[in-house]
Write a new protein. Structure first.
Length: 370
């Protein structure tokens, strides 16, 4: 091991709330005249529900979507006025909690609709709801036929706040399913009158005006991931992950790095060990494939990602620029998350939602300015 006593071995995840607010503003501009709701499911894609939702609310966002009931309950405690949609809908036994927290369930099938309508009747009042129409993803939502059978009488106990569908291939503008889903959605919902309609998530906003309807529902683009893969990222970067070098090895004899001995090294190479691993969300599939940066120089992952550690080949970094304690940028810059995701064989969504909780988390720009 070379040299000096190391500094504190602390990885830091910086989350730029100002950038999230700026991304919200940019998406609002692109979506206009449609409104924009923020998707904050899965702890705001791993970045922290409370700071993210509070900042978005301060930026003027009034509608939010979460997946699970407990996410909706947590969000209601933070935001008293916001309209909060539950993508998972309402299950038996959950009616009171949904109603008590003024959450709007997205009804995905007839049984769920009957449950919520029945609860409304038992209360003697109409209840807000949204309806999900499946236009080709075969994941959630009423089939077009079942949607067509929704009579005024069945809907009477409900105040419909939204009819929505979800695109399967929005990040591939040329994919034929986009136009098919658009056509199905437009046709099936043509008779709805005043009920707001929503089809586009992050990438859908960029498919063209006809995809935007009344409300867009971006998630990942708010958090800096590129909604238009293959083109320059219009979003501001939100996360930056850095960690200090823990130990530096001057390789003196031929050998290998890490578990499984998958990465050969020869004398003259230098390997830096950094205290982040797959338990922190640096996916093991990034082994021997991903890159990080030291002093702006790209350094390849050397060997397998361990639970708590990775090795980096820092041979290309000038000797004086790397020592124990030197900061390494693991995620950062305009395409940081997307680049790491591609290297690890996954998508930015998974990289964000896997980010662990052992980092020191630092939020930038958390004020309540508009
Ligand atoms: C997650 C989700 C979104 C947000 O998608 P992004 O691609 O992150 O913008 C929107 N709508 C539905 C139904 C979702 O499940």
């Amino acid at each position: 091991m070379a040299g000096r006593v190391r500094g504190p071995a602390v990885a830091e995840l910086e989350i730029d709330l100002e950038a999230i607010a700026a991304n919200y503003a940019l998406l609002c501009e692109r979506a206009r005249p449609a409104a924009v709701a923020a998707v904050v499911k899965a702890d705001a894609y791993g970045l922290g529900l409370a700071p993210v939702a509070t900042r978005l609310s301060a930026a003027g966002c009034q509608r939010f979507l979460v997946a699970r009931l407990d996410e909706g309950v947590a969000l209601r405690r933070l935001l008293h006025e916001a309209e909060i949609f539950l993508l998972d809908g309402v299950g038996r036994g959950e009616e009171e909690t949904v109603f008590g927290h003024r959450l709007v369930p997205v009804l995905n099938h007839g049984g769920e609709l009957e449950l919520w309508a029945g609860y409304a009747r038992s209360l003697g009042q109409r209840l807000t709801a949204a309806i999900h129409l499946d236009t080709g993803m075969n994941r959630l939502g009423f089939s077009e036929a079942a949607f067509g059978r929704l009579t005024a009488e069945r809907l009477e106990p409900l105040i419909l706040r939204l009819v929505m569908s979800h695109l399967a291939c929005a990040e591939e503008p040329e994919h034929p399913l986009n136009a098919i889903q658009l056509e199905r959605f437009a046709t099936a919902t043509a008779q709805l009158g005043e009920v707001p309609r929503s089809l586009a998530a992050s990438s859908g906003i960029f498919l063209g005006a006809e995809y935007r309807f009344d409300l867009c529902r971006p998630g990942v683009a708010l958090y800096g991931v590129n909604p238009v893969p293959g083109r320059p990222n219009p979003m501001r970067p939100v996360v930056r992950l850095t960690a200090p070098v823990l130990q530096l090895h001057e390789i003196e004899a031929p050998g290998t790095v890490g578990y499984g001995a998958t990465c050969p090294v020869r004398p003259g190479m230098r390997i830096a060990t950094v205290p982040v691993g797959y338990a922190d969300g640096l996916l093991r599939s990034a082994s021997n494939r991903a890159t990080a940066r030291i002093a702006g120089i790209e350094v390849p992952f050397a060997g397998r990602v361990s639970m708590d550690l990775i090795g980096l080949d820092v041979t290309a970094v000038p000797r004086e620029a790397v020592a124990p304690g030197t900061p390494v940028e693991l995620l950062g810059g305009p395409d940081g998350v997307d680049r790491f995701a591609a290297q690890a064989g996954t998508i930015g969504y998974e990289v964000l939602t896997r980010l662990g909780h052992r980092f020191r988390r630092r939020y930038l720009g958390g004020g309540d300015r508009r």
